[in-house]
Design a protein around this ligand. Structure first.
Ligand code: IPM
Ligand code: MN
Length: 331
């Protein structure tokens, strides 16, 4: 039996979560769901965006599903706290084009592996007499861990090339360590091609020739930025899921945020959340269910049945999810 911690959050978070849970529960897997609070609504109620009870629940679960939260300036970011407290050092963001979906590129399939614990997310930022400064932390340990993770992901998913993305011409020490560690790790994977690119070059190639990319591994902020760019290439933020993986915990969330501009209308695209559920099912070794859910979703996308407005349709989040659910039975 799998114990799943469910954190719907704010804005469209609860909307896409309801859609995903409707479909997931219809699959009748051996799972128990434990709802938990986080985000701004939680803050209004309990005075904290991330109660310790939520952290405990996520820690004790086999996996956590996370919708999205709104973080008001001055508040603690619930998701960053969870990533840190659960030791979720690898953030996997698969960027894929799907038939039926209007994308800048119809033929992309690459994976961004984002280091999730340090870099410019280390949380050390302070005002100085002349302005402010932030600290960029790169350790050999975290660099090695994330690079090994990226090479292993390449092997597991049939990719042939791993690209390290950095800015070592300017950040000579921090990204120098990241790049050198990458090539040390690469020696253990002679069957895979290893290359490195500057982040600015990568940003341009992602627009000009994104088919080049297979697995990209990079530090925290670069991974954040490049994954939004990737989403823009394949139909928007509603299309890209993510997995946050640690040694003993895992959390799955869409790359998109709480989208206050469309919240409450029931029109959010459930695809990224559903694909995050697919990633969770793979993680739990529920391969059959993972493949079935992905297939059911792909049919709905390909045949453009009951899509949400961002995909050019005029259906609701739940209507689209129900269509996915109906397809499950046919598979
Ligand atoms: C993401 C988001 C988060 C991040 C924010 C909400 C803290 O942009 O998951 O990509 O910066 O990591
Ligand atoms: Mn982001």
């Amino acid at each position: 039996m799998h114990r799943i911690c469910v954190i719907p959050g704010d804005g469209i978070g609860p909307e896409v979560m309801e859609a995903a849970l409707t479909v997931l529960k219809a699959m009748e897997l051996d799972m128990e769901y434990y709802p938990a609070l986080a985000g701004n609504a939680c803050f209004q109620k309990l005075g904290t965006t991330i109660p310790s009870q939520t952290v405990d629940q996520a820690q004790q679960a086999h996996a956590t599903l996370f919708g999205a939260v709104t973080t008001v300036p001055g508040q603690n970011s619930a998701i960053l706290t969870l990533r840190k407290k659960l030791g979720l050092y690898a953030n996997l963001r698969p960027v894929k084009s799907y038939p039926g979906i209007d994308a800048i590129y119809p033929d992309l399939d690459f994976l961004i592996v984002r280091e999730n614990t340090e870099g410019l997310y280390a949380g050390w930022e302070e005002y100085t007499p002349v302005g402010a400064q932030a600290l960029r932390v790169v350790t050999r340990k975290a660099s090695q861990r994330i690079c090994e993770f990226a090479f292993n992901q390449a092997l597991e998913n049939g990719f042939k090339r791993v690209t390290a993305v950095h800015k070592a011409n300017i950040l000579k020490k921090t990204d120098g360590i990241f790049r050198d560690t990458f090539y040390q790790v690469a020696e253990n994977y002679p069957e895979l091609e290893a290359e490195d690119l500057y982040v600015d070059v990568t940003a341009r190639l992602l627009v000009k020739n994104p088919q080049h990319f297979q697995v990209l591994v990079t530090t925290n902020l670069f991974g954040d930025i490049l994954s939004d760019e990737g989403a823009g290439l394949v139909g928007g933020l509603g299309m890209v899921p993510s997995a946050n993986i640690g040694d003993s915990n895992a959390l799955f969330e869409p790359v998109h945020g709480s989208a206050p501009d469309i919240a409450g209308q029931g029109v959010a695209n459930p695809t990224a959340m559903l694909l995050s559920v697919v990633m969770m099912l793979h993680h739990l070794k529920e391969e059959k269910a993972a493949n079935k859910l992905e297939k059911a979703l792909l049919i709905v996308l390909k045949e453009r049945r009951f899509l949400t407005p961002d995909l050019g349709g005029n259906s609701s989040t739940l209507r689209m999810a129900r269509e996915v659910q109906d397809n499950l039975d046919a598979l």
